[in-house]
Structure formats: structure tokens, C-alpha cells
Ligand binder design. Sequence first.
Ligand code: HEC
Ligand code: HEC
Length: 398
Amino acid sequence: MNIQNKILLGIASFVGIMLLVGWVAINEPARMAVFTEQWHGRSIERGAELYLNNCTTCHGLDGKGLAGVAPALNNPMFFLADNPAKVVADELKALTDQQKVLQDSLTAYSENVAQRADLQSQFDAAAEGSEERANLQSQIEALDAQIRLVDPTQAQGQLDDLSTQIAEKQAELDALVAEGWDPARDVRLREVSWNGSHEDYLRSTLIGGRPTSKFYWPAPMPAWAQSAGGPLRDDEIENLVTYIMNYRAEAEGLAPLDVNQQYKRPVDEALAGSAGPREVIGMDVDVTTLELTGGDAEKGSQLYAALGCAGCHTAPSGAAYSFAPTAGTFTRVQDIRLRQPEISEKYTTPEQYLAASIVHPNEYIAPGGSPGVMPQNFGEALTIEELRDIIAYLETYQ
Ligand code: HEC
Ligand code: HEC
């Protein structure tokens, strides 16, 4: 082979190799996708097996819960972004509010017209040029200005339209209620004020369990992670999360009546039992003016679970909010928080600091935490008794 041919061969094989490398590079994402899918599939399979062995006795074979035992996980109220009945009920309320405004304005209109007729006859009877007549004249003009603001035919037309819309909305709502949707409830993650992802919620529930659910279920949700004293490894917890997330497509097409057990809202049941109107502490309360001691720790424990506090705070070390764990709360407040000047200049007792942390969470941010993560509106939800109960419960964590 002469030099020229060798060079040509060299160039040809170089080009060939580059083409091959290019081809492999182009196909790499596809290969990765196939690989990821296989991995995902295997994770679901392993999750299914773990589920079968550990979870069916309480949550049912198909994840639809067991009545009176544990809630459905294969549950539209878990996966859907909104409860359709609540959405429709809110729309219905907007329409009936509008209806009321229109009806009120029509009522006011007819009253004005009647009053005007009355004034007119007084006006006609009054002596010409009298002061009374001039007075009546100006009252009539004022009424006329109000009467002109309303076009009764148009308002009546709008009312008729609204009545049709309201009837349609009501029928829509009735159909949803017949499928078991409860307009008074919100989807699960909103009911427990969880701001994170579904996966994180599952992970944190699975890791630590829900010890406090023993207060409102026959048996509590156990802790599963080895780090929390349970039987499962971290990768097994992940497989279970993947498995439950895989219910999504099916669950989103279900109605509440298709599952055997919905979530409980122990806080509501507890509150429903309390006689009299609820007087909440309010958002602007100064906690140093409140009597904060003497609460009932067991009631506080139920509230702590029901309001989703436990979901964020009862995580094992290393988990998302491990900087403010339930464990050690009282000691931490006593020995660390209250020794910081910015806190001790405002609050002198652990109860005050705890109350402020719950009602005004953004006022002081625990080191490692971020503002706005903890729900900001517990002041609108809790009565003073309930706040005391939660504080009493937290104080059992020395
Ligand atoms: C002894 C019965 C029992 C067993 C076994 C059990 N659970 Fe639970 N689980 C419950 C109860 C009860 C609740 C409801 C807790 C509550 O309302 O706070 C629950 C709640 C949950 C939740 C949270 C639901 C929510 O939206 O708050 C998840 C997720 C869950 N369980 C998954 C599992 C998985 C996965 C397994 C198996 C590894 C399992 N559970 C085994 C009883 C059980
Ligand atoms: C969505 C997650 C989330 C929920 C739900 C939640 N918290 Fe918090 N909480 C946080 C975060 C994040 C912090 C730290 C940031 C801060 O100080 O505001 C915090 C801080 C606290 C602190 C101060 C802890 C310390 O060491 O200084 C207390 C006490 C507290 N929360 C109690 C509660 C109670 C009681 C509830 C339920 C009524 C609740 N939290 C619900 C996330 C949450």
C-alpha cells in the first residue's frame, strides 16, 4: 500500500469511528430511558411484594382500605389535586352569593318605587310653594337617582339566568355527592396542610409511622424504617413509595364510593363534640397575654396528628425537618431557644415560645428551617384550649 492509500484508509477509519461514536451517543438517552423504565418496573414489583407481605392486612389487597381498619391509599382523595365536589360547591356558593346581591337590589328597587309613590302623593297634597313641598321634592329627586341605578328588567333577566345556572350546578353537585364526594372535605394533603410532594409525604409516613393514630384507629400505622425501629431498609421504603405512587392513574379515575375507607379527620370529630361556638385565638394574638398551662396532653397528641404537625415534626434524624423534631422539644426550648436574646426578650416561658412558634411560625425561624414551610394559619384554626393541649403534649417530650 502506498502512502496515499494509507492516509485514505486512516481517514476512512477515523470517519467510521466518529460515526459509530455519534450513533451510540444519539442512542444513549433511549438506552438510558429503557434502563430507567426497567429499574422503575423492578421497583414497583419489589414494592408490590413488600406491600403484599406487610400492608394488606390493614390497607386491603387492592389498596382501597378496609372499613374501620385503615384508609385507602389507592384513593382519589389522595391523588387528585382537588376534590371535585368542593370545587363545584364553591362555584355554587359564588352563584348563590351573586343571586342574593341581585335579589337584594331588586327588593331595594321596589321599596324605593313604593316610597317614591308615597312621597309623590304627599307632594301633591302639600301646599304649593311651602317648605314641606320643597323638602319632599328633594327627597323624591334623591330616590329617583337611586331608582335609576337599577334596570329591573335587566336584573330580573340576570336572576332568571342565574336560577338556571344554579339549578345546573346543584344537579352537578348532587351527582358528585351520590358518588360519595363530600363537598365539606378537601383532598388529603391539603387537609393535613402538607406543602411537599406526594412522594415525600408517603416516605415520611412510612419511615416514622403514625404512632398517634392509635387514638382514632383500632391499630396505629406502624413505623417501617429501620432508622425508626421498623423492619424495612431505606431502599425497601423507596420501593413501597414507587408502588403506592403507581396507584395514581387508577386512583384518579375512582370515586370515594369505590374505596372501602376514607381518611378520618379526628380533629373535626373532636371539635364536633365540643359544645358551643368555636372561638379561635386569631392571627394577631399576643401570646404573652394568654394562659397557656393546664392543657390535656392526650388531646394535644390527637390534634398533633390530625393537624399534620406530626407529619413534619416526627421524622427520624436525617429526614427533611429533622432540625425541629418532636423528640426533645421541651429541653430544646428550655436550654437553647430561651437562652437566645432575640427570643428571651419577648418570651420568658417555654409555653410562650411554643405558642408563638405555632401561631406565628415566621416570627423566629429555627436554625436549619425555612420561613413559610410551616402553615401560617393555625391561629385561625385553634381555640385557646386546643393550643394549651398541644403545648401540654409537646412538653411531654423532654
Ligand atoms: C396495623 C395496621 C396497619 C398496617 C399493617 C399498615 N398500616 Fe398504613 N396506616 C394504618 C392506619 C390506621 C393509617 C391511618 C393513620 C392516620 O389516619 O393518621 C395508616 C396510614 C398510612 C398512610 C398515610 C395515609 C395518609 O394519607 O395519611 C400510608 C402511606 C400508609 N399507611 C402506608 C402503609 C404501608 C405501605 C404499609 C405496609 C408497609 C402500611 N401502611 C401498613 C394502619 C396500618
Ligand atoms: C409543613 C410542615 C410543618 C407542619 C405541618 C407543621 N410544622 Fe412546625 N415547623 C415546621 C418548620 C419548617 C419549622 C421551622 C421553621 C420555623 O421555625 O418556623 C417548624 C417549627 C416549629 C416549632 C419550633 C420548634 C423549635 O425547635 O424551635 C414548633 C413548636 C412547631 N413547629 C410546632 C408545630 C405544631 C404544633 C404544628 C401543628 C399544629 C406544626 N408545627 C405543623 C414545619 C411544619
